[in-house]
Ligand binder design. Structure first.
Ligand code: G1P
Length: 299
């Protein structure tokens, strides 16, 4: 199974940090965001990852390459722990890249994967969000796609006022026989970034998709939509209208969304607190900091 990670966006929500550094390389504790995503793919059995990159994003690829000079220096020093940390990203999956020449939208970016992916089903993982490794979703999504043959999405329930930043779905209960894979629902409608009045539910599409190869033909037929961009949601909506089965799994685990400063900070704090090395000292400091700043705010 192949995965495609679109990572060509301009990351305007994170400027100026992302003026010269791709947002996919911002660190969460000591690993870049994209490494968590590639680790999630590898844990689900994916062995081949195509990164869709853009201008100024070449350093993303370097992170997953070997670094012989640095490795030999660490080897000389006998620093086995850091040596393993430096090598690990290059051992996870086989990385391929392709450039999206212009940021024309998520649908267009996924369309760039056609010659690599061919006509097989594949996963799409957006480059700024990941699931907690203790509650993965991708394995069930891959299983659901193998059983239904269509499109499989991941949903998260949000407050109604948040829906207009996302793709939103109308759903109905799925067939009994599919429910062993989690909270599986059948999708009846998809809208990209609806106003709160137009939104058919508060189930938002999050950044994990399993798509059949027929999506490429649908992307080619998709006209620019929300924001003037070629939207993946619109291409999937076209397929839905034409009879492709579309299912989703409602995810109730922890999802880290690092595409915006607040979500990024939350991811850093949660993952730092869980780490066996820095976690205990960080938690102790954080508890003291929160107690003293609450006191300051109250006083
Ligand atoms: C994209 C998709 C949207 C989805 C979101 C998840 O939007 O177009 O349907 O809900 O990712 O993060 P973007 O964040 O690129 O605006």
């Amino acid at each position: 199974m192949r995965a495609v990670i679109p990572a060509a966006g301009l990351a305007t929500r994170f400027l100026p940090a992302t003026k010269a550094v791709p947002k996919e390389l911002l660190p969460v504790v000591d690993r870049p965001v994209l490494q968590y995503i590639v680790e999630e793919a590898a844990s689900a059995g994916i062995t081949d990852v195509l990164l869709i990159t853009g201008r100024g994003k070449t350093s993303i690829v370097d992170h997953f390459d070997r670094q012989p000079y640095l490795e030999s220096k660490l080897e000389d020093k006998g620093d086995a722990k850091r040596l393993e940390a430096v090598r690990h990203p290059s051992e996870l999956v086989e990385i391929f890249t392709c450039r999206q020449h212009e940021p024309l939208g998520l649908g267009h970016a996924v369309g760039c994967a056609e010659s690599h992916v061919g006509n097989e089903p594949f996963a799409v993982l957006l480059g700024d969000e990941f699931m907690d490794e203790g509650s993965p979703l991708l394995p069930s999504m891959l299983d659901l796609q193998a059983r239904t043959g269509g499109i499989v999405l991941a949903f998260v329930e949000v407050a109604p006022e948040e829906v207009s930043r996302y793709g939103v779905a109308a759903v109905e209960p799925a067939e009994e026989g599919l429910r062993d894979l989690g909270e599986v629902v059948k999708v009846t409608k998809l809208i990209e970034k609806p106003s709160p009045d137009e939104a058919p539910s508060n189930l938002i599409v999050v950044g994990r998709y399993v798509l059949p190869g027929t999506v490429f033909e649908a992307i080619r037929r998709t006209k620019p939509g929300s924001g003037g961009e070629i939207q993946l949601t619109d291409a999937m909506g076209l397929m839905l209208d034409e009879g492709t089965p579309v299912y989703g799994i409602v995810y109730r685990g922890v999802r880290y969304d690092t595409g915006m400063p607040l979500g990024y900070l939350q991811a850093v704090v949660q993952l730092a607190a869980q780490r066996p090395d820095v976690g205990p000292a960080f938690r102790q400091w954080l508890a003291g900091f929160v107690a003293s700043s609450d006191g300051a705010a109250g006083g």
